[in-house]
Design a protein around this ligand. Structure first.
Ligand SMILES: [Zn+2]
Length: 272
């Protein structure tokens, strides 16, 4: 990132908090099959609609004393935490150097990073809570990723345009086929679902955004990080052997890591 003025940082933080607030709505409504637009924000216990001043990310949660103004029921700390994480993620995106996007104007890369990280954060939270990845989000993410590459290859002539489009579409397919094969074979060997089809759609999303090299690195990183996490979690008794645990967060985190640092960084770490 080059030099930005303080306004840029403030804008980024506020943007992250508001999108984080919207992610809270998605996390609540998507698994319940509710519309994400109507009705407006309401208390999930007493259903009373919220005034705008009770619906300000982070701030409202603090001045309302962590409780609903009307029914006094507790508001989970998960909501402000999600908003904070989203805000921090948006800030980190200011420094992202995704390999296949290096020719692009840095403001566009930042906005693309915000879109990608919002999608990944939503998937991560829903997968942790429900062991489920909503199709609507992964399909939407795949389509946005391919459209981005298509538009960018038309605008920036540094790209051999057909080559990069084919690369990203192939990457999406490679990811999907690799993970659905692992899921299929794993189910035969372990006699229970090992890797869900939701994970296959998520890695297809990764491919659409990061291209072939990127998706291969993410597959590798997600297996390594999940293996480290599950060994540690077993060791401290956080999970028991055979307990299902979500794989989406590891794919999401790895995708974000590769978006942030670029491909070469991760390849170097592995070979040196
Ligand atoms: Zn209430």
């Amino acid at each position: 990132m080059s030099t930005y003025n303080p306004i840029m940082y403030i804008f980024t933080i506020l943007m992250g908090l508001s999108i984080g607030s919207f992610i809270n709505v998605l996390v609540w409504r998507l698994p319940r099959n509710e519309s994400i637009i109507f009705p407006g924000s309401h208390c999930t216990v007493c259903n009373k609609g919220l005034n705008w001043y009770d619906n300000i990310p982070l701030i409202s949660w603090i001045y309302l004393g962590r409780r609903c103004r009307y029914c006094n029921s507790k508001i989970s700390i998960i909501y402000p935490i999600t908003e904070l994480i989203c805000s921090i993620t948006f800030l980190i995106c200011l420094w992202a150097k995704p390999t296949n996007y290096i020719y692009i104007n840095s403001s566009i890369t930042i906005i693309l990073g915000w879109i990608l990280s919002s999608i990944l954060l939503t998937i991560t939270i829903i997968d942790i809570k429900y062991l489920w990845i909503p199709k609507s989000i992964s399909y939407g993410g795949i389509i946005i990723g391919i459209i981005n590459i298509f538009i960018l290859s038309l605008i920036y002539n540094q790209y051999p345009s057909s080559e990069i489009i084919v690369n990203h579409i192939l990457a999406s397919l490679i990811g999907f086929i690799a993970f659905s094969s692992i899921s299929f074979i794993g189910e035969i060997i372990l006699r229970k679902p090992a890797l869900g089809l939701g994970d296959a759609k998520l890695i297809a999303l990764t491919g659409a955004w990061l291209g072939i090299k990127g998706v291969l690195i993410v597959m590798f990183l997600s297996f390594i990080s999940a293996a480290i996490f599950s060994s540690l979690a077993l060791l401290i008794g956080y999970i028991k052997r055979g307990d299902p645990f979500p794989f989406g967060p590891f794919i999401s985190l790895s995708t974000f890591a590769v978006w942030l640092m670029g491909n070469t960084f991760w390849i170097k770490i592995y070979f040196y």
